[in-house]
Design a protein around this ligand. Sequence first.
Ligand SMILES: Cc1cc2nc3c(=O)[nH]c(=O)nc-3n(C[C@H](O)[C@H](O)[C@H](O)COP(=O)(O)OP(=O)(O)OC[C@H]3O[C@@H](n4cnc5c(N)ncnc54)[C@H](O)[C@@H]3O)c2cc1C
Length: 379
Amino acid sequence: MEVAVVGGGPVGMWVAKQIAEAGFETTVLEEDRKIGRPVRCAGLVSPRVVSKTDTDSTIMKASKAIIHPPQGDPLVLEAPEEKAYVIDRGRFDREMAEKASNAGAHIELDAKVLDTVFSSRRKLRYQQDGKEKQILSDLVIGADGPHSIMRKMTSMPGPKELLVGVQAIVAEDVKDISIFLGNDVSPDFFGYELPHTSGSLVGVGSSDGHAYEHLKRLIKRRGFENDILGYSAGTIPLGRMKESVRDGLMLVGDASCQVKPLSGGGLYPGLHSADICAEVAISALEDNDTSKERLQEYHDRWQSDIGSEISKGMWMRRIFKNMSDEDLSKILGSLKDEKVKRVVEIVGDIDYPSTLAKPVLKASPKLIKFAGPMIKNIF
Ligand SMILES: Cc1cc2nc3c(=O)[nH]c(=O)nc-3n(C[C@H](O)[C@H](O)[C@H](O)COP(=O)(O)OP(=O)(O)OC[C@H]3O[C@@H](n4cnc5c(N)ncnc54)[C@H](O)[C@@H]3O)c2cc1C
């Protein structure tokens, strides 16, 4: 049985590694000429990502985060243990590719997949070295990112929202992870600053088509105008996908919008779903049945965990988008209360932010007025 993985990002490589380890002929088709370039990621992940992948790409471990409200003093959160890691994303991607290759997967670079058709097996047409080629496989894993051609070719619904993330590498060193909130930073997302391999990264996300202008304003506010070493930008797909399988096809990672709506982080939900994807794929291949009905188990399993957290995240995002700068500043002001702050520091989990809603509202019931009736969708 043969498997083709479209997209050599971390999620595609993580699935490829596991399927190749199970003994199936696995080929990864990646359109870029180099793995891990360009980097379109800040590299902020939970300890779960680092322990799952056993990566050596860690730049820093953090238990502290500084949140800058639209008005007033920053809120400094210090958790009792490390809650976030900053990784070198380029190195991380290369490590994932090495793991897939060591497990026996063939990696084809400069191989852009053009389309797919299904009739008893899945055919992929791709372009490499200026030539058109094709590959037949029993199962295709579509791990081809936010603009997934596999998703479009098989008419699966796409993201509900697309955000643009733009970031700059600046020569100035920063010690901490900082988050910047408010309309002046981004009308519907946030800005960030964190340590990087060389200097630091400053970034902004937004869906209003002006992410670059927002970033330039943040860079000016931080006084980094003359320290810029380079820019990068990418798309962040948001929303819960209702479908992720077809006959001989499974979508995973950004291709399946497995992204946290509040932070735009896709590495944990993508890699976690990749484990489920690989497990179901291997058992379906062993049974010689890669029909949509057989693969549906993957969809149902990731939906009940990651999918449910995405739905809650979308509701929290709606509440966040409806908030004025004044409300946002008041909420962050309330979190300075030692009792409430402690709850955030102890319970806060960057992969499952919805778990914080109940304990915070219990510690500070007056905050419920800011959430309004939508709050019931988060519990
Ligand atoms: C600015 C920015 C900052 C971010 N910061 C974070 C962060 O701090 N933490 C976090 O967890 N997440 C972050 N994310 C999200 C994270 O980068 C993604 O969720 C993650 O890359 C998803 O991995 P993936 O393998 O599914 O997709 P990708 O990394 O997008 O990989 C898809 C691969 O498919 C290839 N491909 C696409 N089409 C084809 C084709 N037709 N043929 C062949 N190959 C193809 C692409 O070249 C690419 O290599 C950020 C995103 C952006 C844009």
